[in-house]
Design a binder for this molecule. Structure first.
Ligand SMILES: [Fe+2]
Length: 227
């Protein structure tokens, strides 16, 4: 099975991940060299800053710019799936059209947990996203958070994403390996930002540590992307 990147900031000028089409093309080329053949384009969406419609318009413009610039051989061999990294905020679940931020044509949505302490509203908001909007959250980069705090998320049966960089640090590698061994975590992402795209070195390294699970991880990713 081909490799999939479930979390990236590649669209030119859509967020701080890429400042130009040149940067975006360099990121995609580096992904391709790492064996990646499908990428979730997950630009940041912040509910307090943006309305969904203007975000989608911006995202489409940036996407078209990238597609117009990429060589056809890469364009033909890499599947790009539009989505967003949606930060969980108090008012988010009140958005009528939250499903417009879902991954591709699926009911999955990449959710970034808030920086503030997680309390009842946080878990309720995740619950509302599931029940009111019929969406299934994929929780972004759980390696960033205290694992005791994450236990509740794991109990909720949500999809779980880990950043590849977690496997480059001895402080998080073991914990994240355990999550994959236990079937708690499902997919990995580069979370690539910037022209050097060093995150794909980490992506390759992560899959070295996760080699026994690679097939399953990519199958999970394909399912979540709907490809
Ligand atoms: Fe991200």
């Amino acid at each position: 099975m081909f490799r999939i990147d479930m979390h990236s900031h590649i669209l030119p000028g859509c967020d701080h991940g890429s400042d130009s089409v040149e940067t975006s093309v360099a990121q995609v080329k580096r992904a391709y060299a790492a064996g990646v053949r499908a990428i979730h384009l997950s630009s940041h969406y912040y509910n307090h800053k943006d309305d969904i419609e203007s975000f989608l318009n911006r995202r489409n413009r940036c996407y078209n710019k990238l597609m117009d610039t990429l060589d056809s051989d890469i364009k033909d061999s890499v599947k790009f799936v539009l989505g967003a990294e949606v930060t969980l905020e108090v008012e988010l679940a009140n958005e009528a059209d939250l499903a417009a931020l879902a991954i591709g044509d699926t009911r999955n949505i990449l959710i970034e947990m808030p920086d503030m302490r997680w309390t009842d509203w946080t878990y309720n908001a995740l619950y509302e996203i599931g029940v009111r909007h019929n969406l299934k959250p994929l929780i972004a980069h759980v390696d960033r958070y205290d694992q005791k705090q994450c236990a509740k998320l794991y109990e909720m049966g949500l999809n779980i994403q880990v950043n590849a960089s977690a496997f480059s640090s001895i402080f998080t590698r073991g914990k994240m390996l355990k999550l994959f061994h236990g079937g708690i975590a499902h997919v990995i992402g580069s979370d690539v930002h910037g022209k050097e795209a060093k995150e794909y070195d980490q992506y390759e390294k992560a899959l070295h540590y996760l080699s026994v699970h690679e097939e399953e991880i990519m199958e999970n990713a394909a399912k979540i992307l709907g490809i």
